[in-house]
Ligand binder design. Sequence first.
Ligand SMILES: Cc1cc2nc3c(=O)[nH]c(=O)nc-3n(C[C@H](O)[C@H](O)[C@H](O)COP(=O)(O)OP(=O)(O)OC[C@H]3O[C@@H](n4cnc5c(N)ncnc54)[C@H](O)[C@@H]3O)c2cc1C
Length: 338
Amino acid sequence: MSEVIERESMEVDVVIVGAGPAGLSAAIRLKQLSPDLAVVVLEKGAEVGAHVLSGAVVDPIGVDALLPGWCDQENHPFKTPVTEDRFAILTKSGGMTVPGFLMALMPPLMNNHGNFIVSLGNVCRWLGEKAEALGVDIFPGFAAADLVYDDTGAVVGVVTGDMGVQRDGTQGPGFAPGMELRAKYVLLGEGARGSLSKKAIAKFGLAEGCEPPKFGLGLKEVWEVLPGNHQPGLVQHSFGWPLDNKTGGGSFLYHMEDNKVAIGFVVHLNYANPYLSPFQEFQRFKSHPHIRKVLEGGSRLSYGARAITEGGFQSVPRLTFPGGALQRCSAVGRPSAQ
Ligand SMILES: Cc1cc2nc3c(=O)[nH]c(=O)nc-3n(C[C@H](O)[C@H](O)[C@H](O)COP(=O)(O)OP(=O)(O)OC[C@H]3O[C@@H](n4cnc5c(N)ncnc54)[C@H](O)[C@@H]3O)c2cc1C
């Protein structure tokens, strides 16, 4: 029989799960609209931005609307405007770069005029500061572990994870029960395949009538490269080698400030070859002559990987449920087979 755990409880107006761009933007907007609202953001990373992993080339349209005049402020994280887009179709030892006039015909993802190359972690840290300045309470290091329901089945809050649980599930000597955060509204901004989002989607049947969503695995490294190999603002994408023509995916190489580049590889997770390893494909990609010459003499500063939602619109579930709503990438974290 499971033990009943006594929990401390706190009551606020809105609880937001996840301090990614979606959760923090929502927190800022809520306080702009209604400064007296008590808004809490829970973030499972040790600090805001710690668990955020992205390319990233960002269209500032959302920030323009949320924080007008941001570009006149000091210390904003949008340091590197895109200066050039290059798109290549790679073969094992060479490849073809799409000529400039054809780039204008490419999908918007490949046309980045007016966009910025950023560290999304830094964008989140900056948004976090803006949110706190407006009075939002951000609690890093606290994962929301479950949803709380009322008698009607509506969501009325979340519970943070218990600390000090032993491997066998029993309470260890340092056990500290998670806290119950009750709220009038709960926003789930957990990113791709968030655990509470999956629960809400399943419980409220939000994905009924939708197509199954598509996911990819994004692998990314940040390198400091030799100054001669660096062209700030250059955005490079590629398709083709090392993936075969039955496997979806491609690469990105973004030249940020301070001789840093973000290099990454995305593999769509519907690949048919059971021996394919997305990580190994990324390593092979880095050995391509076009890519190796950028990295040679440089050093890798960080690396990571994360699931990416790849849509499309036909797989976006209903976004609201009694007591709350799904945000951005959380919205496509549909349960697989539960
Ligand atoms: C390799 C890669 C490259 C990309 N490149 C680009 C690009 O160039 N341009 C672009 O626009 N987009 C890009 N994306 C996509 C972009 O990163 C996402 O669209 C964006 O981060 C989604 O924001 P979000 O706030 O929904 O979720 P996230 O950024 O994933 O943030 C979710 C946050 O919630 C926290 N969290 C999750 N669950 C819980 C929980 N239960 N309790 C507490 N906290 C929780 C996480 O720690 C995280 O901080 C890329 C993604 C990847 C992986």
